[in-house]
Design a protein around this ligand. Structure first.
Ligand code: F6P
Length: 554
């Protein structure tokens, strides 16, 4: 495969997206079906709840409660074809430079290709490189888990601290929490990301340096927060154990061997990956080392198999039955034609408590873009805001707005049929709540129903639920490493589908740069011994001045 080949063009070849006949048809359709409700759709088609579903890689997707008819879906598939979605999918899988602004492939799918398969980029088989790193990771993880890898004083490692931020943190911490059930319980895993010193201090305050291993994760090994925390960790460790301890207490995961060496970590203790793995798509690369240490190489392999199963489904299944395609297109419909600005992700699984936070980077860093791949301004909405909390907790917090507020908030419910921690009938209760929420959102409660219940007239409007609020439900048998891999890959690919429709680069993140630059300048002004000559706007100048006057160093 010629990795230099340009990405297949989508809307760029057919004129601006919003001028395309397929987009215009959807606009007209949205207008024409404005008054159709989920009650109507379900009444017209008694089989809707079993017809508007799709399955793949062990996941069951019910999208019957989205505000779409067969005609809507047909128009969405027309749009997908007009945007060359099938070609865009193949472009990603074959290593074309779909990350156009950084002129790179986005080949996270290669991270989970089975051993023995091949994918060549620039004449190199990347699968064998991936497998070589996985094998080194497995050897290391096994030694930490069984006690052969000891600290500098010969003591067993009991604590593993991952230092990283963004994609070098959110994937590892989410996966650790999600798969905690499968983790080795005599190992304590912690995650330090924030440059706020509290994060590091609280993570280490009750730990013995002699039993603590740091995994410093940074694709670039230049990230300010990570290097600052890694230096704090080095000082904490060497103050107790001496300089010589670094080799036993620090390993690095990075693409930047020189940076790792400069920091003082031997590159023999470094696990590499490649520039074609985006940070937010890296939890199944060596960035997942903490996950592998926690759950073991075999479970990590199951997780990769789950990712791969969804990759195979995405690449080979017709658009009409393709889970990431369906989820992506329904998201475009809600975002651009029904005017929904956010998506609530509601896992009914306590183990998935960090899943919404993980998805925030995956979705919003990928699709929070204001220009198309060729730099033209988007005159339509791109990535929506993702947020969420596990059920049932959210029900007692923000669900009020989802049920009766004035905005549409499409919801993704995620649930599992089998409990990992059976306790009386609590799992059934959990799932009853999930099913009830989707039903209540879709069908609501009419004024007539409220009145029939004998509600006083003055209270009746307050007790009405309009319904017609869209949601999808993802149902999985059990939260296994395989299921987690498939679930993450489902969202990764649905993000790509949406990026292809919006014709944006889902793999760059220029929007994080300006803040970083300004922070560097401001840091120097804050540190300066003399009062700095501040040249910002009057607000920033006043805030810095007040901070300098009021701060206490201790
Ligand atoms: O600032 C954003 C970002 O570049 C993310 O895309 C990335 O996941 C994170 O910073 C961390 O980067 P690194 O792994 O290079 O430290």
């Amino acid at each position: 495969m010629d990795a230099k080949a340009p990405a297949t063009n989508g809307p760029a070849t057919g004129g601006p997206l919003t001028q395309r006949p397929q987009w215009q048809a959807l606009l007209q359709h949205a207008q024409a079906t404005r008054d159709r409700t989920l009650r109507d759709w379900f009444a017209d088609d008694p089989k809707r709840g079993t017809r508007l579903v799709a399955e793949g890689a062990g996941l069951y997707l019910d999208y019957s409660r989205q505000r779409v008819g067969d005609d809507t879906l047909a128009l969405l598939f027309d749009l997908a074809h007009a945007c060359a979605l099938p070609a865009r999918i193949q472009a990603m899988f074959t290593g074309q430079h779909v990350n156009v602004t950084e002129d790179r492939a986005a080949l996270h799918v290669a991270l989970r290709m089975p051993a023995g398969t091949r994918l060549e980029v620039d004449g190199t088989d990347v699968v064998s490189e991936v497998q070589a790193v996985l094998s080194r990771m497995s050897g290391f993880a096994d030694r930490v888990r069984d006690g052969r890898w000891t600290g500098a004083t010969g003591q067993r490692i009991r604590n593993v601290i991952n230092i990283g931020i963004g994609g070098s943190d959110l994937g590892p911490v989410m996966a650790y929490e999600a798969l905690r059930h499968y983790s080795q319980r005599d190992l304590t895993l912690r995650f330090v990301s924030n440059v706020d010193p509290t994060d590091f201090i609280e993570a280490t305050r009750d730990l013995d340096p002699a039993q603590t291993l740091f995994i410093v994760c940074s694709k670039t090994f230049t990230t300010q927060e990570t290097l600052t925390n890694a230096r704090a960790a080095r000082d904490w460790c060497t103050a107790a154990l001496g300089e010589g301890a670094i080799a036993r207490h620090f390993v690095a995961v990075s693409t930047n061997a020189e940076g790792v060496r400069d920091f003082g970590i031997d590159t023999d203790n470094m696990f590499g990956f490649w520039d074609w793995v985006g940070g937010r798509y890296s939890m199944d690369s060596a960035i997942g080392l903490s996950t592998m240490v926690a759950i073991g190489p075999a479970h990590f392999g199951d997780m990769l198999a789950g990712f791969h199963a969804m990759d195979v489904h995405f690449r080979g299944t017709p658009l009409e039955r393709n889970l990431p395609v369906l989820m992506g297109l329904l998201g475009v419909w809600n975002n651009d034609f029904l005017g929904a600005a956010t998506v609530a992700v509601l896992p009914y699984a306590q183990y998935l408590k960090r899943f919404p936070a993980y998805l925030q980077q995956l979705t919003m860093e990928s699709n929070g873009k204001h220009v198309t791949r060729d730099g033209s301004r988007c005159d339509y909405q791109t990535g929506p805001i993702y947020w969420g909390e596990p059920g049932t907790n959210g029900q007692h917090s923000f669900y009020q707005l989802i049920h009766q507020g004035t905005r549409i908030v499409p919801c993704d419910f995620i649930g599992f049929c089998q409990p990992l921690n059976p306790l009386d009938r609590q799992h059934d209760l959990l799932m009853a709540n999930l099913f009830a929420q989707g039903e209540a959102l879709a069908f609501g409660k009419s004024l007539q129903q409220v009145q029939d219940e004998g509600t006083p007239e003055r209270l009746a409007p307050h007790r009405v639920f309009d319904g017609n609020r869209p949601s999808s439900t993802i149902l999985v048998d059990r939260l296994t490493p395989h299921a987690l891999g498939a679930l993450v890959a489902l969202y990764e690919h649905s993000v790509y589908v949406q990026g292809a429709i919006w014709d944006i680069d889902s793999f760059d993140q220029w929007g994080v740069e300006l803040g970083k630059q300004l922070a560097r300048r401001t840091e120097a002004e804050i540190a300066s011994a003399q009062a700095p000559s501040l040249q910002h706007d009057s607000s920033t100048n006043a805030l810095i001045t007040r901070y300098r006057a009021h701060r206490r160093r201790k």
